[in-house]
Design a protein around this ligand. Structure first.
Ligand code: C2E
Ligand code: MG
Ligand code: MG
Ligand code: MG
Length: 288
């Protein structure tokens, strides 16, 4: 009986694994046409400056509207895009589209608001990356200081000479650089001093429990102190409550991003938020 059950288990797992491999394969095939068929779009999430209480920046977040109308989030398709190399075309599209959108909103209520774009390792290490950034700025006419590139700690771990030059080159262009999900990577703090990184974005996982968990609060405290002493800006991600927001403000955090400030949305929604025409801008009522 045990043997038969074992064999059934085996068959079950095989079928489940086949189904998931098939699903991935289908997803990859569908994704292959996403750029060409204009199925990708960007959602923009506000970044709010704590001293002025204003939206000063936005993060561009990729969305995929499939032909059946279903909107997929990055966690469902970015890993497949990275593994298949499709991220190169998708990431290029996102970078240029973010520049175009940001340039366009300079003529309205979002004037002065910058944009940040997530960059995958695969994209960043490509030889022509710096050239593509320059091309995107030139073609769209976006001033470099209004573009920020979000890198991850792992990209800066043991950077080759070429990567170090790339970072210096981007910085020389006037483009801003930030480290996303800060605190979750392998922390080699030496690179923070060495490289032209402008901003640290504290990972949401620390913010999530900071009001109940003193250890998470300590990590946040330390990151903010580090950023301030190194002369960098610090942004907290995933701020969902007023308690988190006031605690972060008390610690001297420069900017906040999260559902409490505003969810990712269209440029129109962002403009409404900036103009104070919608209620989601909870930061307006924040004290302290
Ligand atoms: P990320 O760069 O850390 O972006 C922040 C993520 O947290 C976004 O998820 C955002 O919607 C979500 N978020 C913001 N505030 C809150 C909050 O208060 N609570 C909660 N629970 N979540 C919040 P999203 O849009 O699903 O993106 C997930 C990840 O996918 C991003 O994490 C980023 O690493 C990646 N990604 C998104 N767009 C792109 C892109 O254009 N290129 C690349 N390479 N990666 C991207
Ligand atoms: Mg990001
Ligand atoms: Mg990220
Ligand atoms: Mg992040």
């Amino acid at each position: 009986a045990a043997k038969r059950q074992g064999r059934n288990d085996h068959r079950f797992y095989t079928a489940a694994m086949e189904a998931s491999a098939q699903k991935e394969f289908d997803l990859e095939n569908a994704l292959r046409f996403a750029v060409m068929r204009s199925e990708l779009f960007l959602a923009f999430q506000p970044r709010v400056d704590m001293s002025s209480r204003k939206i000063i920046s936005t993060e561009a977040l990729m969305r995929w509207r499939r032909p059946d109308g279903e909107v997929c989030l990055p966690d469902e398709f970015i890993p497949i895009a990275e593994a298949s190399g499709l991220i190169l075309a998708m990431g290029s599209w996102a970078l240029k589209e973010a520049c175009r959108a940001c340039k366009a909103w300079q003529n309205g209520p979002l004037q002065g608001v910058s944009v940040s774009v997530n960059i995958s390792q695969v994209q960043f290490v490509r030889d022509n990356f710096l050239g593509f950034v320059m091309e995107s700025l030139r073609e769209t006419g976006l001033p470099p200081h209004l573009l920020e590139l979000e890198l991850t700690e792992s990209m800066l771990m043991e950077p080759s000479e070429a990567i170090q030059q790339r970072i210096a080159g981007l910085s020389a262009l006037g483009v801003k650089l930030s480290i996303d999900d800060f605190g979750t990577g392998f922390s080699s703090l030496a690179y923070l001093r060495r490289f032209a990184i402008d901003t640290l974005k504290i990972d949401r996982s620390f913010v999530m429990h900071m009001t109940e968990d003193p250890e998470d609060a300590s990590v946040i405290h330390a990151i903010i102190a580090l950023a301030i002493s190194l002369g960098k800006r610090v942004v907290a991600e995933g701020v969902e409550t007023m308690q988190q927001a006031s605690q972060l403000a008390a610690l001297g955090c420069h900017e906040m991003q999260g559902h409490w400030l505003g969810r990712p949305g269209s440029v129109e929604q962002l403009a409404m938020l900036a103009a104070g025409k919608t209620k989601t801008a909870s930061f307006r009522s924040m004290r302290g």
